[in-house]
Ligand binder design. Structure first.
Ligand code: MN
Length: 149
């Protein structure tokens, strides 16, 4: 059994004793200016809670995978692609990302975007779009203008 704890919030998107990591290994996938923090990870729980912060103008990886995400925006403002649709997002918005669904988050140019992401502890690796996937996504001009790869 894990010891109880309270990690005090030190400010928006920062908690005592929670390390701030690179989002992914640099060069492993396309992304820009994203950090990752693991807020909850416990062997007794089959899910993890992570917090991602995308700096102004930055973006997460355009990817898909079999595991699902439940995302809650906590800070800032931005846009996300989920499947074939773009959404403007702001604090307390909930984003459901089903299995095998293309998704990408971008912060606005002037403000960062911080969000919680609930995910299976055991999960498949994200897959990046192939050229034919990009061609399909780019059939929608708004999506073509949005995605970063
Ligand atoms: Mn993902």
């Amino acid at each position: 059994m894990s010891a109880p704890y309270v990690r005090k919030a030190l400010g928006p998107g920062h908690w005592a004793e929670v390390e701030v990591h690179d989002y992914k290994q640099p060069g492993s996938a396309p992304f820009r200016d994203v950090t990752r923090q693991v807020l909850f990870r416990d062997p007794a729980l089959a899910a993890e809670w992570r917090y991602f912060e995308v700096a102004p103008g930055g973006h997460s990886t355009l990817e898909r995978h079999q595991h699902v995400h439940a995302v809650m925006i906590l800070e800032g403002r931005g846009m996300c692609l989920v499947g074939g649709s773009l959404y403007a997002v702001a604090p307390h918005d909930l984003v459901s990302i089903p299995a095998d669904t293309w998704h990408q988050f971008r912060a606005d140019e002037e403000v960062s975007l911080g969000f919680l992401c609930l995910v299976n502890a055991k999960r498949d690796r994200p897959r990046l779009p192939a050229e034919e996937d990009l061609a399909e996504l780019r059939r929608d001009p708004e999506i073509a203008a949005f995605i970063r790869v």
